[in-house]
Ligand binder design. Structure first.
Ligand code: FAD
Ligand code: NAD
Length: 466
């Protein structure tokens, strides 16, 4: 029987990053993954394939939507959806192979099959051929991730009514696509198909898009998306769906009450959130009881069962790959007797649409609700020279700082490349930095990052370029 220091169940960003760190720390480690490939949701059916299609569709739209012509580039683009999907699959394959290489490099055993906890210190792995291997270990780390939340009355067949996985591989560009849920998946994948030619309608239960995001940013973003052609039905609930061979019929009612209506579309994407995945995991064998939403609770990554830890989407907190990664690193460091820690106040969130949305720290809504005295500095991309020269002037940056100490409390932006640039604010916040620290840091010109500097200057009222 194999003996380990750590057995990780799940090969996603939580699992594989944890395995790498455990290997670096000299822990004898195994990673168990059932889907046949490492990388989890993120690499196989999440972050990476969605970004491959967002990139390709953005290029296509630039060529077809008039942007190339405006730049003086005349082309006659033709969509080859098969090739677009093939390049996505090739990139994903290369990434998952890369993770496999990293397991070898860090002396981690990759065990293929579905893992089941079988009492303290024991994991049974069932391979595809039905054979079982028993692993004995001092520590078990649960990193089994999440799955799409189903919507009662709307059965996902992944033919006409699809979840995010189905929406990453539609066989054709829909003439019409209805997205249920104005969250991150709905707006990213809605953007992909919109750019490729679909008419996209987003049906959202709440009266706003992107709940939890700074309201001013979300409202500005909604206007930008509407300008791009997105249609929104807010405050609306879907009560049923009927799929035929070529179409879906949805019944939708206003949440506030009123007459129901019927909507038709070629395809429907259900994107109303994700829920933890723990099926067949044997939690009962170690007495772990998830909460009503399926979440396994943790205290510094420890579950209620001695020697069993949990990280990533399957536990509390935002369902983001970098959050899973950071938790996994800290968890392994704690297992190795070091001081692992995650700063949950500084986990950035990015929506990879065009323009992008990026947020970190507290929103203005949070600060108002908590009665915190704060100052705001804002800067529009319309006044940023690089954005102007590139014809990408939609959006703005907002920096929020403590009214007394000037410490940065949050930053929220919609605009070109803000997803990359928010990292500068994360670093500043991690160092307890002030808006003045960012405002007085020399930024390269001409870059979009100057918009962050100018917004930071705005906190003390000395924005110079707007
Ligand atoms: P997962 O990645 O879900 O990995 C868990 C793995 O465990 C899976 O591979 C599963 O097969 C395996 N598993 C489960 N049970 C068992 C078992 N019993 N035995 C063996 N293996 C098991 N996040 C971002 O930060 N940025 C993005 O741009 C982004 N884009 C996304 C786009 C889409 C369409 C989706 C769906 C998600 C996206 N996410 C994004 C979210 C991100 O994918 C997740 O937050 C992240 O993958 C969570 O990592 P994890 O390791 O906790 O779980
Ligand atoms: P989400 O939580 O972002 O959005 C779900 C949306 O659906 C919300 O606006 C919610 O109000 C709405 N909703 C819920 N029930 C509804 C109903 N019955 N009818 C209509 N609307 C309803 O969830 P998601 O978009 O499915 O994404 C799931 C997770 O994946 C998120 O936690 C997200 O963090 C992660 N993700 C991240 C990225 C990224 O970081 N770029 C990309 C994709 C997914």
């Amino acid at each position: 029987m194999a003996q380990y220091d750590v057995v990780i169940i799940g090969g996603g960003p939580g699992g594989y990053n944890g395995a790498i760190r455990a290997g670096q720390l000299g822990l004898k480690t195994a990673i168990v993954e059932g889907r046949g490939k490492l990388g989890g949701t993120c690499l196989n059916v999440g972050c990476m394939p969605s970004k491959a299609l967002l990139h390709a569709s953005e290029m296509y739209e630039a060529a077809t939507g008039g942007e190339f012509a405006k730049l003086g580039i005349e082309v006659k683009p033709k969509l080859n959806l098969v090739q677009m999907m093939a390049q996505k699959a090739e990139s994903v394959e290369a990434l998952t192979k890369g993770v496999e290489f990293l397991m070898k490099k860090n002396k981690v055993d990759y065990i293929k099959g579905w893992g089941r906890i079988d009492g303290p210190g024991k994991v049974v792995v069932k391979a595809e051929d039905g054979s079982e291997t028993v692993l004995e270990t001092k520590n078990i780390v649960i990193a089994t991730g999440s799955e799409p939340t189903p919507l009662p009355g709307v059965t996902i067949d992944n033919q006409r009514i699809v979840d995010s996985t189905g929406a990453l591989s539609l066989p054709e560009v829909p003439k019409s696509l209805i997205v249920i849920g104005a969250g991150v998946i709905g707006l990213e994948l809605g953007s992909v198909w919109k750019r490729l030619g679909a008419e996209v309608t987003v049906v959202e239960f709440l009266d706003r898009i992107l709940p939890g995001t700074d309201t001013e940013v979300a409202n500005a973003f909604q206007k930008i998306l509407a300008k791009q052609g997105f249609k929104f039905k807010l405050g609306a609930k879907v009560t049923g769906a009927t799929a035929s061979a070529k179409q879906v019929e949805l019944t939708v009612e206003p949440v506030a009450g009123g007459a129901a209506e019927t909507l038709q579309a070629d395809y429907v994407l259900v994107a109303i959130g994700r829920r933890p995945f723990t099926e067949g995991l044997g939690l009962e064998s170690v007495g772990i009881v998830p909460d009503k939403r399926g979440v396994i609770a943790n205290d510094h990554f420890k579950t209620t069962a001695p020697g069993v830890w949990v990280v990533g989407d399957v536990t509390s907190g935002p369902m983001l790959a970098h959050k899973a990664e950071d938790e996994a690193v800290a968890c392994m460091e704690l297992i190795a007797g070091k001081a692992g820690h995650v700063n949950y106040g500084i986990i950035p969130g990015v929506i990879y649409t065009s323009p992008e949305v990026a947020t970190v720290g507290q929103t203005e809504d949070d600060l108002k609700a908590a009665g915190v005295a704060y100052k705001v500095g804002k800067f529009p991309f319309l006044a940023n020279s690089r954005a102007k020269i590139n014809h990408e002037t939609d959006g703005f940056v907002k920096v929020l700082a403590d009214a007394k100490t000037d410490r940065i409390l949050g930053a929220h932006a919609v605009g070109p490349n803000v997803g990359d640039m928010i990292a500068e604010i994360c670093v500043a916040m991690e160092f307890g930095g002030s808006s003045e620290d960012v405002a007085r840091t020399c930024h390269p010109h001409p870059t979009r990052s100057e918009a962050f500097r100018q917004a930071a200057m705005g906190v003390e009222g000395w924005t110079m370029q707007a």
